[in-house]
Design a protein around this ligand. Structure first.
Ligand code: UGA
Length: 436
């Protein structure tokens, strides 16, 4: 099939490359010339495991191309909208400027029978409004949310755990669903559940999934706060409640909380949309979810300050991690980088290292010192703070070896990812989040 993908960020670039890899002819379109130049050469403009290989193969096969020229969409019959919906500058609501521009830009190139498939995360009600612009062209709008996780984006796109499409009622919707079945034929062949529904449900599936995940993380972080005043261990608590299959252990990792380009802005946009709908109280708990999450960053900073008895001023602190999570170079709303910046604000001499996110971090926070080599970063540190659970720190850093590099023996485990017993045995004073 001939597909176009408008917007070549994390979502669009991966979607375009994945669709080409399963045999479709795909054109990726973006306004950012630098991004397009990189992609056209088969290079990923951001770190995503598996993506460079897919891009190289796709471009070499001739099935995958990239351009800034929106008219290239005219040859395609299915058009995916994968542009960003960031938080508005002056409020909590989602900024729909890019989605509106993508649809308006695409309309002149649409033909009767084409499908426009929205993948961006949007406030419920957006698809119905956009359909009014698409329908007069004879094309059909569907809402087909994406559930990929950064770091696993290729796998999540090619073999998702479910597919969801909101379609118009009646025959038009049935035909659109059939077209999507053809697009996603490989996933459907392996019995991936495909939920066909209406626009509002499809939009809400996406935001409610992210709201649930954020709530789960903040729930365990709230338990960490209680553990901190009672001497309980939140990690053991999570293990114990996680054995209940109804609860499950995943996303019960207590620590400095969630960040990234999705969960924080999605729960805020959901609250804002619920207020507009007169149902603010239905999701008022999301404000609490947000507040708990942000408090954990304060807690990590407090732990560092109290661990260095004379305060952090002038102390050399090594921060291991900057990305919002491992396997990513994304620093959008990264709790890791936020902790580093706050420590620096308190007068600490902060050195940050990260396997992938240094360049992005340096651009936004040039005031911090960045070192690529982990061991060099550790050398002479008074305290070590682990804020992104990369394997390089979690598994591969031997505490006895680390002790030969640092000056102090204080480690603050902002992700509860280290083996506390092993670090203590190697002479370190270990502090976890919600752990004695
Ligand atoms: C999230 C969702 O997990 C995806 O399903 C969704 O498609 C995506 O947003 C999106 O809307 O596009 P992502 O932002 O890649 O994916 O990151 P997650 O893996 O969800 O992690 C989010 C944050 O939560 C990270 O900062 C991570 O460190 C933190 N986290 C995760 C915890 O603090 N504890 C946990 O137990 C799990």
């Amino acid at each position: 099939m001939r597909l176009s993908v408008i917007g070549c960020g994390y979502l669009g670039a991966v979607h375009a490359a994945a669709m080409a890899s399963i045999g479709h002819e795909v054109v990726g379109i973006d306004v950012d010339q630098r991004k397009i130049d990189a992609l056209a050469e088969g290079k990923a403009p951001f770190f995503e495991p598996g993506l460079p290989e897919l891009l190289t193969e796709g471009v070499a096969s001739g099935r995958l191309r990239f351009t800034t020229d929106l008219s290239a969409a005219a040859d395609a019959t299915v058009h995916f909208i994968g542009v960003g919906t960031p938080q508005q500058k002056d409020g909590y609501a989602a900024d729909l400027t890019y989605v509106n521009a993508a649809v308006d830009g695409l309309v002149p190139y649409l033909k009767p029978g084409d499908i426009v498939a929205g993948k961006s995360t949007v406030p419920v009600g957006t698809a119905a409004t956009l359909a009014e612009r698409v329908t007069p062209t004879g094309a059909t709008l569907v809402w087909n949310p994406e559930f990929l996780r950064e770091g696993w984006a290729v796998q999540d796109t090619i073999a998702p755990d479910r597919l969801v499409a909101g379609v118009p009622a009646g025959e038009e919707g049935e035909r659109a669903a059939d077209v999507l079945r053809e697009v996603y034929h490989t996933a459907i062949a392996t019995d991936t559940p495909f939920i066909i529904t209406d626009y509002a449900t499809a939009e809400l599936v996406k935001v409610s999934a992210n709201a649930f995940l954020a709530t789960k993380i903040s729930f365990i972080n709230a338990m960490a706060e209680i553990a901190e005043v009672t001497g309980a261990d939140v990690t053991q608590l999570a293990d114990a409640i996680g054995h209940d299959a109804r609860i499950g252990r995943r996303f019960l990792g207590a620590g400095i909380g969630f960040g990234g380009g999705c969960l924080p802005k999605d729960i805020r946009a959901f609250s804002a949309r619920a207020e507009e709908l007169g149902r603010g109280e239905s999701v008022s708990f999301l404000r609490e979810v947000d507040a708990i999450n942000l408090r954990r960053r304060d807690r990590a900073v407090q732990l560092v300050v109290s661990s260095l008895e004379g305060g952090v001023y002038g102390k050399k602190i090594t921060v291991l991690g900057a990305a919002f999570k491992p396997h990513s170079d994304d620093i959008r709303d990264s709790p890791a980088l936020d902790v580093a910046v706050r420590l620096r604000g308190l007068g600490a001499d902060v050195t940050v290292t990260d396997p992938e996110a240094i360049e992005n971090s340096r651009r936004i926070h040039p005031q911090l010192t960045y070192v690529h080599d982990r061991d060099e970063a550790l050398t002479g540190a008074d305290a070590v703070v682990v804020v992104t659970e990369w394997d390089e720190y979690r598994r591969e850093l031997d505490p006895a070896y680390a002790a030969t590099l640092t000056k102090g023996r204080i480690v603050i485990d902002g992700r509860n990812c280290l083996d506390a017993g092993a670090w203590r045995a190697a002479g370190w004073t270990y502090y976890g989040m919600g752990r004695p």
